[in-house]
Write a protein that binds this ligand. Structure first.
Ligand SMILES: Nc1nc2c(c(=O)[nH]1)N[C@H]1C(S)=C(S)[C@@H](COP(=O)(O)O)O[C@H]1N2
Ligand SMILES: [Mo]
Length: 323
């Protein structure tokens, strides 16, 4: 996919800075980057538009080296790479993934300095992901606690996980780029089959997903105030940390859905199928409960489908919320 053609050039010297959740904020000039250990790696490049370029040699500084120098704070979970370009083009990845590969701040490609067109003087190259996860004209490495969607992911509907082996191109399988954008802009998923859709961290307030098949969808961190999931199939969906204030789950299949950390004030689960759903999870010794208020509605038959500990948590939380 063709994106920006050039960086913003105001004539000032090029620096790459590391900031956010780090112990020491750092800034490197190009010379300083060249003085760090240069490593060579050969990666297969996969573009989302189905071209691939196999065995492409790159050299530069390991991202892990730069992050180690800055000292990543324990609260950090993601890295956003920001370009020096007109739209401050960015993309993000989980630290856990970045730690599992040799991502490079690349200064050369194919034995030559990275050309301006291809992201020079310095670009990211992250193996194992579609190439939209490799930002050109790298200016800032921002270490974040929670994820922040980048340009292709937020505005164009590209998949946030971007695994080429799973063909994670757009937010859902078998949809095109224009359909992805239409779904995001129109907030209307009603009646569609969008299983495994990736809606993590999006603002989808007022979404209409009535009767929608969104099995195994990823809505983590999304804002879904007033969303309509009436009679939708949400089994196995991830909903951790969503704002579901006033959301409608009447008659929905939410079997196995994880609602930890969700705001559920005024949410309506009348006749929803809650078998295997969870509303409170312990992870790393931290309790991550969903929040209810006096207007949250859950019918008895729905409650009875929960495991004993989940049922007890919900009943206690509901009665504490009611005056
Ligand atoms: N700053 C910036 N980086 C970017 C883009 C962009 O538009 N702006 N496009 C991305 C996409 S979609 C791809 S496929 C690759 C293309 O890299 P190439 O021009 O070296 O082939 O860069 C990625 N990095
Ligand atoms: Mo692309």
């Amino acid at each position: 996919m063709v994106g920006e053609r050039e960086p913003c050039d105001d004539g000032s010297p090029w620096n790459v800075s590391v900031r956010g959740r780090v112990e020491h904020e750092l800034s490197f000039s190009l010379d300083e980057l060249r003085q760090l250990e240069q490593v060579e790696r050969t990666f297969d490049v996969h573009c989302v538009t189905r071209w691939s370029r196999l065995a492409m040699p790159f050299s530069g500084v390991l991202l892990s080296r730069v992050l180690e120098m800055a000292g990543v704070e324990p609260s950090a979970g993601f890295v956003s790479f920001v370009a020096r370009s007109k739209r401050n083009h960015s993309t993000s990845l989980p630290l856990e993934y970045l730690a599992s590969v040799d991502a490079l701040l690349a200064l050369t490609a194919d034995g030559q300095p990275v050309s301006r067109e291809h992201g020079g003087p310095v670009r990211m190259v992250v193996p194992g992901k579609y190439f939209y996860k490799s930002v050109k004209w790298l200016e800032t490495i921002e270490v974040l606690r929670a994820d922040r969607l980048g340009f292709w992911e937020a505005d164009i509907g590209y998949h946030n996980n971007a695994d080429p082996w799973k063909e994670e191109r757009f937010i859902a399988g078998n949809i095109s780029k224009s359909e992805a954008m239409k779904l995001i802009d129109g907030r209307d998923f009603s009646g569609r089959d969008l299983r495994s859709i990736d809606c993590s961290n999006r603002n989808l307030d007022g979404l209409n997903a009535a009767g929608c098949a969104v099995r195994n969808a990823d809505f983590r961190g999304a804002s879904l105030r007033g969303a309509n999931f009436e009679n939708a199939n949400l089994s196995g969906a991830r909903m951790d940390d969503c704002d579901l204030t006033g959301a409608n789950f009447r008659g929905a299949d939410v079997e196995g859905t994880d609602f930890r950390g969700c705001q559920l004030s005024g949410a309506d689960f009348t006749d929803a199928s809650l078998f295997g759903a969870s509303f409170c999870v312990f992870e790393n010794a931290v309790q991550q409960p969903a929040v209810f208020d006096a207007d949250t509605k859950i019918t008895q038959s729905s409650l009875d489908a929960l495991t004993d500990d989940q049922k007890q948590f919900v009943q206690t939380a509901l009665s504490a919320a009611r005056p």
